[in-house]
Structure formats: structure tokens, C-alpha cells
Design a protein around this ligand. Structure first.
Ligand SMILES: [Zn+2]
Length: 222
């Protein structure tokens, strides 16, 4: 009981301080850090990538946006997902991927063990804020990760493909409505290997996948 109360209090205290500079007040970033994050916003709207996937990314994966994503994923600052998802949603509203029907939004899932360890899936939290902003329907469990994978960072192209091969499977769709296309959502886009593997599973099940939206995108084609 006491430790729960202490944890709740420290969470409140943490929430009141900016995760990037430790100053307050923050909601969840201080004004100065949020301005600097916005300087990472890209001027490039969606681009068409391999396998007919259109990619819309809000910003460049560099500091301090990189630090903001790390604060969410590795330091447990869940509230960070809200401004990032909202900013991505506003960007979508300016540059939507054209589709005949408003698409389902499906976040890239984590493996169950990873999600248990982290306590949440950052892509699902960002997707929830993105859908609140855009009004698009969320299908949080549209995909599942059936195989644990290594982090893609630092792997070569062939290793990346092998790493995510058969990683994804269809998730739970209470009312499928296949006439709607799907847009995938992830925190970072690097080479697209992960989202292409996810799109392949959905397309094999008869869905149309129009693209992917991400908060950040790396600059190099590593
Ligand atoms: Zn700050």
C-alpha cells in the first residue's frame, strides 16, 4: 500500500518535470524542449517506398526528438506519446495518404514478453493519440508479434529481413470491414523492413495496406 502510494507520488513528480531537461513545469515537455523538438519536424510529406507503401513521417530521427522517443520507450514516460501522436495526427490532416475510405490504424505490435517487460507498447499509445486527433478508427490488436526479434538497429539488410521473417501474424478483428484499407503506425521508420513484413501478413489475409505513419524517420539508408 505504502509503496503503491510512493510510486504514484513519484510518478506525479516525474510527470511534472520535463523528461529531456528535468525542468518544470512540463506537459509533458517544457516549452523550450517542445520548441526544439518541433525543429526536427520534416518539410517532406509522404513518399512512396518499396512494395507500394507510402511513408509519412513527422520528423527527423535526431536530437531532441530521438531523446523524446527514448524517454517514452526506455524511461517509461508514457505521457510523451500524447504530444507525439497528436503532432503526427496534425501532419496527417495536412498530408493524408489518399484512400477511398478512412483507413484503420494498426500499430506495430511488440512481442508479448517485451510488452510485459516494458508495461506498454509505445506504438499503441502513439496510435491512440493519433486517432484522437484524426478521428480515424484504431485497431490496436490488428496484428500480433508471434516471434521475439532482435533490435533491427545495427543489423545488415539480409539480417534485418531474416530477423523479422514470420515475426507477425493476424491479430484480433471483431468486425473485419475489409473495404477499409489499413495504415500501419510505428515510432521510427528506418529501412522499412519491419513494416513491409507486417504489411505482407495483412495483404495475404486479403487486406489493402496503403502505407505507414511514423513519428520519426532516420536520414540514412542504412
Ligand atoms: Zn525541457
Amino acid at each position: 500500500m505504502w509503496s503503491q502510494a510512493t510510486a504514484a507520488l513519484s510518478q506525479l513528480w516525474l510527470a511534472a518535470r520535463c523528461p529531456l531537461c528535468d525542468r518544470s513545469p512540463a506537459q509533458p515537455f517544457c516549452d523550450s524542449c517542445w520548441r526544439q523538438i518541433q525543429a526536427c519536424h520534416t518539410a517532406t510529406p509522404a513518399t512512396l517506398e518499396a512494395d507500394a507503401l507510402t511513408v509519412l513521417s513527422w520528423g527527423r530521427y535526431e536530437r531532441p526528438l530521438k531523446g523524446a522517443i527514448a524517454a517514452l520507450k526506455y524511461d517509461g514516460h508514457r505521457t510523451v506519446a500524447d504530444p507525439l501522436g497528436r503532432a503526427l495526427g496534425e501532419w496527417w490532416q495536412q498530408h493524408p495518404i489518399p484512400t477511398r475510405q478512412p483507413p484503420w490504424v494498426v500499430p506495430i505490435p511488440l512481442h508479448e514478453a517485451k510488452q510485459r517487460q516494458r508495461g506498454f507498447n509505445q506504438a499503441a499509445l502513439i496510435a491512440a493519440a493519433f486517432c484522437r486527433q484524426t478521428g480515424l478508427p484504431l485497431q490496436a490488436n490488428g496484428l500480433r508479434r508471434q516471434r521475439a526479434t532482435l533490435p533491427q538497429f545495427g543489423l545488415g539488410a539480409a539480417e534485418r529481413q531474416e530477423n523479422v521473417a514470420n515475426a507477425f501474424a493476424m491479430g484480433h478483428w471483431p468486425r473485419p470491414q475489409r473495404q477499409r484499407p489499413i495504415v500501419l503506425l510505428d515510432d521510427i521508420y528506418t529501412t522499412g523492413t519491419t513494416v513491409r513484413a507486417a504489411a505482407t501478413v495483412l495483404r495475404r489475409a486479403g487486406w489493402s495496406v496503403c502505407g505507414v505513419v511514423t513519428v520519426a524517420r532516420t536520414q540514412s539508408d542504412q
